[in-house]
Design a protein around this ligand. Structure first.
Ligand code: ADP
Length: 267
């Protein structure tokens, strides 16, 4: 953690700035990488669009921005009066470090650079007026998470995890960090909950009930349980979110239900 962040954390000086034009800001976070955070974030954003909201999407996973791949768009954003114009796809406005650097550039960020990258993404983008902004956070509880939690007005956070014990330890750490920075946790999302075989058999690949247990312990809502599904993986690989491509799909329905729940908790 950088000295600046440590000092703020200690003194609890949180000057939370709203992002220009954005009504509600939702952070999608995970304590660990590879649990499906970006997959959940993009489909949730599309589900907000499906239920009639105007949506922005900020890929703040500066260490490994996956957005250009997830929406199959690698356009360099244009600028106007020194500000970036978001890239539009499926009626959603997107911004990502991935649009600004080459695919092969390794992103090795250190404390102050993280903060300045986040400032660029939040202050130097012409978002326009939007109902909701979904922020795909980098995994973990480091400088980037703290900068967001302390400096930017976030209306709520959801935490994605698999039911695996190894992932759950870090979820507790994530919850505690958000609570310290007075960030409202709307609930937990269990991804890769189970796998259903073609003959209907359920396999609990990563264990069972883990996220539910934590949600009870910390009195947080379990917002959804998303199974492992080949169609979800394929949709990510071809850059067409499943909620956009197949809105009647069982997985899309889970996301749309979840978007409605989150919208209600913001109203
Ligand atoms: P993270 O953002 O947490 O690093 P990703 O969203 O990139 O994770 O997901 C990791 C991998 O798992 C990707 O290949 C993604 O397509 C796949 N994936 C995520 N969730 C599911 C799921 N429920 N079913 C099938 N594949 C999934």
């Amino acid at each position: 953690m950088s000295d600046e962040l440590r000092k703020k954390q200690k003194n609890k000086i949180f000057l939370k700035k709203p992002i220009d034009g954005i009504q509600k800001t939702l952070m999608v976070s995970s304590a660990k990488g590879g649990v499906g955070k970006s997959t959940v974030a993009i489909n949730l954003a599309c589900a907000f669009k499906k239920i009639g909201l105007t949506v922005g999407y900020l890929d703040a996973d500066i260490y490994g921005p996956s957005l250009p791949k997830l929406i199959n768009n690698k356009k360099k954003p244009e600028t106007k009066n020194g500000k970036l114009i978001p890239v539009e796809e499926f009626g959603i406005k997107f911004m990502s470090m991935g649009f600004l650097v080459n695919d092969s550039t390794p992103m090795i960020w250190r404390g102050p650079m993280v903060i300045s990258a986040i400032k660029t993404l939040t202050e130097k983008v012409l978002w326009g007026d939007l109902d909701i902004m979904v922020i795909d956070m980098p995994p973990g509880t480091g400088d980037a998470q703290l900068t967001f939690a302390q400096d930017i007005k976030i209306d709520g956070a959801v935490i994605v995890s698999t039911p695996q014990d190894l992932a759950l330890v870090d979820v507790e750490r994530g919850i505690e960090m958000f609570e310290k920075t007075e960030l409202r946790i709307l609930g937990l999302i269990e991804n890769m909950s189970f796998l259903k075989t073609e003959d209907g058999k359920i396999i609990d690949l990563f264990g069972k009930g883990g996220v539910e247990k934590i949600s009870k312990k910390y009195q947080k809502e379990l917002l959804a349980q998303i199974p492992i599904h080949k169609d979800l993986r394929v949709s990510a690989d071809v850059g067409k979110p499943i909620v956009i491509e197949k809105n009647e799909h069982e997985i899309s329905k889970i996301f749309i239900e979840m978007a409605k729940k989150i919208k209600l908790s913001f109203d």
